[in-house]
Design a protein around this ligand. Structure first.
Ligand SMILES: Nc1ncnc2c1ncn2[C@@H]1O[C@H](COP(=O)(O)OP(=O)(O)O)[C@@H](O)[C@H]1O
Ligand SMILES: [Mg+2]
Length: 256
C-alpha cells in the first residue's frame, strides 16, 4: 500500500541543464532546477556566482547558451524578452530604472498604459479613470500611495525600488523576479522591502536573487545556492544553512 501522498508540488518554472558562456568564460554551467508555484524561492551566492546571469535567463533577458527553460509547462527557450513579459513573467533589476522626472503615480501609469493602449480608442474617459484607480491600488500595495504626486527622483532609494516593483506589477504577472531588491538600502529600508516581498508573495510566485543569505533564510520556501556558476546546493532554508559546502563558501564573508 502506498503511503499518504505528499501534495503535488506545482512547478511554474523549470530549467534543464542551462548554461551561459560569455566568449570562453563559463558564467553558468548545467543548472537544473524547479520553482514551485506560489512559493518564494531565493537564489543566493557570493558576488560573481552567476546569480544575475541565471536571473537573466529566467526572465528572458538573454537566451541560454545551452539547456532549456520551461514556463507553465511550455518550452520558452530563446523567446524574446517581451514574450516572457506577455506570458506573465515580470522582473525588477539590480539597477533602479524609474522615470526620474515623472511622479510616482505617472510612473505606474506608464507601466499600465504599455499594456492597455489598444483599448483606449473605445472609451477613453472611463479607461482613464480605471487607469488612475489601478495605479492608486498598485501604489498602495507597494506602500507609496502618500507619495503619489512626488517626482520619482525625490523619493528615497528604497522607495524608488518599491516604485519599480509597482511598475513591474502593472502587467499582473504570475511570476515576479527580483534581483537584489535591497542592494544599497539602509537596514530600515531593507526591512520594509522584505515585508513587501512577503506580502506580494501571497498572491504570486516570487523568485528572489540575493547576495546575503541571512536576509532570505526567514522568508524563503526554498533556496538555491550558486557558486562559480554551479548549483552548489538546493533545499529548504534549514537544509541549506546546515549544508557543509554552503558553510564553507559563506565562511569568512562578513555580510551574510
Ligand atoms: N556580459 C558579460 N560578459 C562577460 N562576463 C560576464 C557578463 N555578465 C557576467 N559576467 C561574468 O559572469 C560571472 C557571473 O556574473 P553575475 O551573474 O553577474 O554574478 P552575480 O550576480 O552572482 O554577482 C562574473 O564573473 C561576471 O564577471
Ligand atoms: Mg548580480
Amino acid at each position: 500500500m502506498m503511503a499518504v501522498a505528499e501534495p503535488a508540488r506545482e512547478i511554474i518554472l523549470r530549467t534543464r541543464g542551462v548554461g551561459k558562456t560569455f566568449g570562453k568564460f563559463v558564467a553558468l554551467n548545467n543548472i537544473s532546477a524547479e520553482f514551485s508555484k506560489g512559493a518564494i524561492t531565493s537564489i543566493i551566492g557570493p558576488n560573481g556566482a552567476g546569480k544575475s546571469t541565471y536571473f537573466n535567463l529566467l526572465c528572458g533577458g538573454f537566451p541560454p547558451s545551452r539547456g532549456n527553460i520551461e514556463f507553465e509547462g511550455r518550452d520558452v527557450t530563446g523567446q524574446p524578452q517581451h514574450r516572457f513579459a506577455h506570458m506573465g513573467i515580470a522582473k525588477s533589476f539590480q539597477i533602479t530604472s524609474v522615470f526620474p522626472q515623472l511622479t510616482t503615480h505617472e510612473n505606474i501609469r506608464v507601466g499600465l498604459q504599455a499594456l492597455v493602449s489598444r483599448y483606449d480608442i473605445w472609451r477613453p474617459r472611463a479607461r482613464l479613470r480605471e487607469l488612475v484607480e489601478q495605479a492608486d491600488e498598485l501604489l498602495a500595495l507597494v506602500g507609496l500611495w502618500e507619495s503619489r504626486d512626488r517626482a520619482a527622483k525625490t523619493l528615497a532609494h528604497g522607495e524608488q525600488r518599491a516604485l519599480e516593483i509597482g511598475m513591474a506589477l502593472a502587467s499582473r504577472p504570475r511570476l515576479l523576479l527580483l534581483d537584489e531588491p535591497t542592494a544599497g538600502m539602509s537596514p530600515e529600508e531593507t526591512r520594509t522591502m522584505m515585508d513587501l516581498i512577503v506580502k506580494l508573495a501571497r498572491e504570486r510566485t516570487v523568485i528572489l536573487v540575493e547576495h546575503k543569505m541571512k536576509l532570505v533564510l526567514g522568508i524563503s520556501d526554498r533556496i538555491l545556492v550558486l557558486h562559480h556558476g554551479e548549483l552548489l546546493a538546493e533545499g529548504t532554508p534549514q537544509e541549506v544553512r546546515q549544508n557543509e559546502a554552503v558553510k564553507r563558501v559563506y565562511l569568512g564573508q562578513r555580510e551574510h
